[in-house]
Unconditional design. Structure first.
Length: 169
């Protein structure tokens, strides 16, 4: 199952970079609710941590895989990039709302993925995830279906430490 999850997450990470030269992600470890991965993209290290929700709610008949990811790409000078793959296409122009232990974050959407608006928000959200106990993500599908996904954050700090140690600036 972990291998399948790694392959699926690896494929999803490549959205927008389909033809990039990349190796299959390698699982570096499982830390509670989170997993840490590393792969090479155009000869450069990329590390990310990923989790699936413990609970997903909404009145939908089918939904694809759901992942929360934090990615470091030191060769590009990026760290803590948060992305959320929701398993459905978002309603055009909609936002995703995340709550971690009372802290709220608003993400923009495109197709089936949501991102924070800037690197400062990425860093604050990554910090909240590492310090939190759970994360609630709310979004709206292109069909108008409201969803609520609940993630456990156990192990997120250890997974973050692993990806940070493997993908230093």
């Amino acid at each position: 199952m972990l291998r399948k999850l790694g392959v699926v997450i690896g494929l999803l990470v490549f959205v927008g970079a389909v033809h990039a030269q990349a190796a299959e992600p390698r699982l570096m470890g499982t830390y509670g609710d989170w997993m840490a991965y590393i792969f090479s993209e155009n000869g450069n290290k990329v590390c990310y941590m990923a989790s699936k929700p413990k609970k997903d709610e909404g009145n939908y008949s089918q939904r694809g895989d759901i992942f929360a990811l934090i990615t470091h790409r030191p060769a590009e000078g990026t760290k803590d990039v948060f992305s959320y793959i929701t398993g459905y296409s978002y309603k055009a122009g909609s936002e995703v709302n995340i709550e971690v232990n009372g802290k709220r974050f608003v993400l923009f959407t495109q197709d089936d993925t949501a991102w924070t608006p800037d690197s400062d928000t990425d860093s604050r959200l990554a910090e909240a995830i590492r310090a939190g106990s759970d994360m609630i993500v709310r979004g709206t599908s292109s069909r108008g279906t409201a969803t609520k996904d609940t993630f456990g954050l156990k192990g997120s700090s250890a997974a973050y430490d692993k990806i940070t140690s493997e993908c230093r600036d």
